[in-house]
Design a protein around this ligand. Structure first.
Ligand code: CO
Length: 425
C-alpha cells in the first residue's frame, strides 16, 4: 500500500473508531542524520513547545499581584514542571540570597531558634507529592452567565502538582519546645506584603513541610525560593512562600489574608473565616474549551484532586448529565495529589455536553453549579469547585457548557486579581 492509501485507510479506521496500524512507511536509505546540538549543562524545552506557557490575564492592573495559571489544557500528568507551576503573588517575587536567608521561630516556645539554610537542610527530611491549589481557583465560575470562551486552563489552572522535599514542621517545633498554651503557628513571608497566615497547631504538627526542594531541585523563585511552607490539602495562600518567620501564639493573627481576603460568603450573607480545606475537584482537560475535535475516537483526559484525601472515583458523562460512567484512574492515586483520569469515547458528530465529577475517599462529591450555589453566595469569591461542563458543538468546536443559573445576578463583593482575572462586576 502506498503512503496515500495508508493514510486514507488509517483515517477511515479512526473515523470508524477502530484505529489499527496496518502499514508502516520505511525508507531503507534515509539521508545521513545531521550532527545535533552539543551537550548542555541545563536542558531547555523544545523551541516548538514555546506556546505552552502560564496564562496571565490581560485584565490585571498590575503584574505584581494576581495569578498566572498552569496551562493544564496542554499538560498531562500529576507533576507539573517548575516553570509551569501556577503562581500567585501578592506583592511581586522577592529575590532572596540563600546565604542571607534566615528562619526565626519564636513566641510561645522554650527556646527561640534561628535557622540558616545549611542548618535547616541538615535536619531530617521527607519528600511527598501534593497538589497546591489557590483558594481562588475556579473563580471564573462565579461569572453569570457563564463565559463561552472559557478554557480548562482559565477554569481550573490555579492548581499544580509537584514533589516537595523539606523538613517536617513538627521537628522544628519540637526542637523549639512548644509551651502548653501554644495554639497557632503564624507564618510570615519575606515578600513586600509580608504575607501572614495562621495555622492551627494540630495541623502544623500533623503534616506540614518546610520545603526547600520542588521536583528535586531548589524551589522556583515564584514558588517561594529558598523556603516555603507546604500545607497538604489546604488552600494555597496558607502555604506561605519565602518563609522567614514562625510565631507561636495562643490566637490567630487575623491578618489581611484571613479577614478581608480568603473568607467566604454564605447565601444568608454571613461570612466564614478559616475555610482551609480544598474540596473535591475534577476537570476534563481534553477535549476542553477552545479546542476542536474530529469525528471518531477520543480519549477524554482530565485531573481530579481533593484536600480531604485520595480520589476514590471520577465519573464522566458524555450526554449532558443523563448518564454517568466510571473513568479509569491512572496510578499512582496519592493522598492529596493530582490524579489523572481517562475515559474512552467516540464522538458521533452530534452536539453534546461532556463533564466529570470527582468523589474522594471520604465520600465528598463534587457538586453541580446549582448545588454549589445553595451552599455559597453568588457573590462569594473562593473555593468554587462545581462541575465544569464542556459543550461539543456539531462543528467540533468546544466551549463552556456550564448552565446559566436562575435568579438575580450579583457581582462579587470586591474585585480579586486571583482566579477571576479581576471580576469586573
Ligand atoms: Co478558604
Amino acid at each position: 500500500m502506498d503512503r496515500r492509501g495508508f493514510l486514507k485507510t488509517l483515517a477511515a479506521a479512526l473515523a470508524a473508531g477502530s484505529a489499527r496500524v496496518i502499514a508502516v512507511e520505511f525508507d531503507p536509505f534515509p539521508p545521513a542524520p545531521r550532527l545535533g546540538k552539543p551537550l548542555s549543562p541545563v536542558g531547555e524545552r523544545s523551541r516548538f513547545e514555546a506556546h505552552v506557557r502560564r496564562y496571565i490575564s490581560p485584565n490585571l492592573p498590575s503584574l505584581h499581584t494576581g495569578a498566572a495559571f498552569a496551562p493544564i489544557s496542554e499538560l498531562d500528568g500529576i507533576i507539573h514542571p517548575g516553570g509551569l507551576h501556577f503562581e500567585r503573588d501578592h506583592a511581586g517575587v522577592p529575590e532572596i540570597d540563600p546565604k542571607k536567608w534566615r528562619l526565626v521561630i519564636h513566641g510561645l516556645v522554650e527556646r527561640p531558634l534561628i535557622f540558616d539554610l545549611e542548618t535547616l537542610m541538615r535536619m531530617p527530611t521527607e519528600s511527598r507529592i501534593y497538589f497546591i491549589e489557590c483558594a481562588g481557583n475556579g473563580q471564573n465560575g462565579y461569572r453569570e452567565p457563564p463565559e463561552p470562551t472559557l478554557t480548562a486552563t482559565r477554569s481550573r489552572g490555579l492548581v499544580s502538582g509537584a514533589e516537595w522535599t523539606g523538613v517536617p514542621l513538627r521537628i522544628l517545633l519540637e526542637e523549639a519546645g512548644l509551651k502548653p498554651e501554644a495554639r497557632w503557628v503564624i507564618a510570615e513571608g519575606a515578600d513586600a506584603s509580608a504575607w501572614v497566615r495562621s495555622i492551627p497547631i494540630d495541623k502544623a504538627l500533623a503534616d506540614v513541610l518546610v520545603a526547600f526542594r520542588q521536583n528535586g531541585e531548589a524551589l522556583r523563585p515564584e514558588n517561594g525560593y529558598p523556603v516555603r511552607l507546604v500545607v497538604p490539602g489546604w488552600e494555597g495562600s496558607i502555604q506561605v512562600k519565602w518563609l522567614r518567620r514562625i510565631l507561636i501564639s495562643d490566637q490567630p493573627a487575623m491578618s489581611k489574608g484571613e479577614t478581608s481576603e480568603y473568607t467566604d460568603v454564605r447565601p444568608d450573607g454571613t461570612v466564614d473565616a478559616f475555610t482551609w480545606v480544598m474540596e473535591p475537584q475534577s476537570i476534563i482537560t481534553r477535549p476542553s474549551g477552545g479546542q476542536r475535535i474530529e469525528l471518531g475516537f477520543h480519549e477524554i483526559r482530565g485531573l481530579a484532586w481533593s484536600g480531604f484525601g485520595r480520589i476514590a472515583r471520577v465519573e464522566v458523562s458524555t450526554d449532558g448529565g443523563r448518564t454517568w460512567q466510571a473513568a479509569r484512574l491512572s496510578e499512582p492515586v496519592l493522598d492529596r495529589a493530582l490524579t489523572r483520569f481517562t475515559f474512552p469515547w467516540r464522538w458521533d458528530g452530534k452536539e453534546t455536553v461532556i463533564q466529570s465529577r470527582a468523589i474522594d475517599e471520604k465520600g465528598n462529591v463534587q457538586p453541580t453549579r446549582e448545588e454549589f450555589f445553595r451552599r455559597w453566595a453568588r457573590n462569594n469569591r473562593y473555593h468554587y469547585n462545581a462541575i465544569q461542563a464542556w459543550r461539543i458543538r456539531s462543528d467540533g468546536g468546544v466551549e463552556n457548557g456550564d448552565p446559566p443559573l436562575a435568579g438575580t445576578r450579583l457581582p462579587p463583593l470586591a474585585a480579586g486579581g486571583c482566579g477571576g482575572e479581576v471580576l469586573d462586576g
